[in-house]
Design a protein around this ligand. Sequence first.
Ligand code: ATP
Length: 235
Amino acid sequence: MMLSVKNLEVRYGKLKALWGVNVDVNKGEIVGLIGPNGAGKTTTINSIIGFVKPEKGIILMEGRDITNLSITARIKAGISVVPEGRKVFPYLTVEENLLMGSVVGNWNRRKEALEFVYNLFPRLKERRKLFASQLSGGEQQMLVIARALMSRPKLVLVDEPTLGLAPKIVDQVYDIIKKIRDEEKITIFIADQNAEIVLKTADRAYVIENGKIVLEGDAASLMRNPLIVTTYLGV
Ligand code: ATP
């Protein structure tokens, strides 16, 4: 088992955002987390990487309890995150943005890491001297994904990578995510409101609503599930 989240409860002041969330991700899987705006997807991801401190629950990474570790220690344990909102450093170059991703955990091997990501993202290599602000939205999303790989993680948490991108670019983003898993054997946990693309790509998925997991299963059977079909696949 790569990641195991057990009975996670998170509160923001009076608002309870997660009510006992359980998620398991096996080594080598792509696992999706789908659900509407405000359901708790980002909160789940932020708890796993350590941006948010849960009120209750346990997070295990490869069997080790990381619930109380710092963000730095979690990155060193092999977790990396692609935050929502395409957060590039606009006035750093593409290459400088990438290097930021190796500051924690992998600075000594940043040259090899750069070679690794340029091999996966040749377009970023071509554009490495441009400011991130000069890239298109799709390229910026690729940059944020590539930056997350610079720490050479075992598990990447991807938050809402396609919001506001054109359908063709959405497919490209998911193609690269699949490639990262298929060729590099990196495990992926991906949150997205776009159920269709997640279920096309993932092995398994969880559906979260109002801070609770309401459905889980393999992607193919979720695709046929009546709740998914009517609520999430726009039929
Ligand atoms: P989105 O697709 O909008 O990112 P989400 O499924 O990721 O939605 P969360 O961002 O995890 O949902 O939000 C879950 C709930 O917690 C929502 O009701 C949201 O308003 C609330 N929330 C999120 N972050 C905070 C915060 N920092 N302070 C207070 N409430 C928050």
